[in-house]
Design a protein around this ligand. Structure first.
Ligand code: TXA
Ligand code: MG
Length: 340
């Protein structure tokens, strides 16, 4: 099948709605990353998502809605905390997991009794959902295990001929996937860090949030992380193996300059001092900028055709934690901490 390239205009919108209503897959530009969308109420269409991505069937999908009124039918009930957070952050990069209703087929949620919902901050995507009159199931539009796509070229790199269409919406403004939280326990559980931080959420709700250990630590492949099945899979990995280095700038520069036959991903301030092939991925204190660039640069690393790259790790706090989380997963949890 030829993958159609659609513009992000009225014609592109109408064609997307037509294809989605026929149970086909369309890659859509959200503010976070490109999503691979299907009608969430059509289990045959949703099956195609798992096939196209090579995604394990036990990894559930996020359901995307256009308006806050589309939410109640998908869930058992909406606790007050969830409503407060949705009012504050939607449309935007926050995904909220609640007990599910029977409206969405079980394949979408991998047979879990919980459903992840998000309202993306893209007028085009929300207009598609409104016209289709169905919510969209949409994981990131990459091959499973590869870095998430932040522009149309990445989607085509992975999924050309495997999906019906892609809408060209340019570069994603955030560049990292949404923050994911679960609100089924007494305490809110932070499952995937994003550009909306744990601190912002806990300040609005006025209580401490439980941070899921899978954010920093490896989960055994044979054990299911209790709260988020996706966390057991290797993610975001380029062909080049990567190792994270936690240290200050001076030591990072010294460390990589002592190596040969490898590349580096560094902060902008360090590039002029580094002698090996290197890509700068943003200023040290600009997590927003790093977030926007990191998936693109993980893909670009492969152009050096080297086996290994060292990455100067961002801090494990605030918005930087989101970048750190993607990098540690891309490395397969290989981290070296150098003494200061
Ligand atoms: O920004 C985003 O969230 C993007 C855009 C396209 O919206 N989507 C995205 O989807 O990143 P995906 O499938 O690549 O990541 C969704 C994560 C996975 O780790 C999955 O396991 C988890 O959310 N998840 C989805 N539904 C869940 C559920 N019912 N319970 C627990 N975890 C869930
Ligand atoms: Mg993904």
């Amino acid at each position: 099948m030829n993958t159609l390239i659609l513009n992000s205009d009225k014609k592109g919108l109408e064609k997307s709605v037509e294809l989605l209503s026929q149970g086909q897959l369309v890659a859509i530009p959200t503010e976070t990353v490109y999503g691979l969308a299907a009608d969430a109420t059509n289990k045959h269409a949703v099956t195609k998502i798992f096939e196209a991505k090579g995604r394990p069937q036990d990894n559930p999908l996020i359901v995307h809605i256009a308006d806050i009124n589309d939410w109640p039918i998908l869930v058992d009930s909406i606790p007050k905390k969830a409503q407060i957070l949705a009012n504050k952050f939607w449309p935007g990069p926050l995904t909220i997991i609640l007990k599910k209703s029977n409206f969405i087929p079980n394949i979408v949620t991998a047979n879990l009794d919980r459903i992840a919902v998000r309202m993306p901050d893209s007028n085009l995507v929300r207009d598609i959902i409104r016209k289709l009159k169905k919510p969209l199931a949409a994981p990131s539009a990459n091959t499973s295990g590869k870095p998430s796509p932040t522009c149309m070229a990445h989607v085509l790199e992975d999924l050309d001929t495997k999906i019906s269409a892609v809408i060209d919406g340019g570069e994603c403004s955030v560049g990292l996937e949404s923050t994911v939280i679960d609100i089924n326990q007494e305490k809110i559980r932070f499952l995937r860090p994003g550009i909306i931080t744990e601190k912002e959420i806990s300040e609005i709700i006025g209580e401490k949030i439980e941070i899921d250990s899978s954010i920093y630590t490896k989960t055994d492949n044979n054990t299911m992380p209790i709260y988020s099945p996706g966390m057991k899979y290797k993610h975001y990995a380029p062909k080049t193996k990567i190792i994270l280095i936690e240290c200050n700038s001076k030591n990072f520069v010294k460390f990589v300059n002592s190596k040969s036959d490898c590349a580096a991903l560094c902060f902008d301030e360090e590039i002029e001092f580094i002698d090996i092939p290197v890509i700068p991925y943003g200023k040290e204190n600009s997590p927003n900028e790093q977030a926007k660039k990191i998936f693109n640069y993980l893909r670009k690393l492969d152009n050096f055709n080297l086996k290994l790259a060292y990455v100067h790790a961002p801090k494990r706090i605030g918005k930087s934690l989101a970048v750190f989380n993607r990098l540690i997963r891309a490395s397969g949890f290989k981290v070296i901490r150098l003494p200061e």
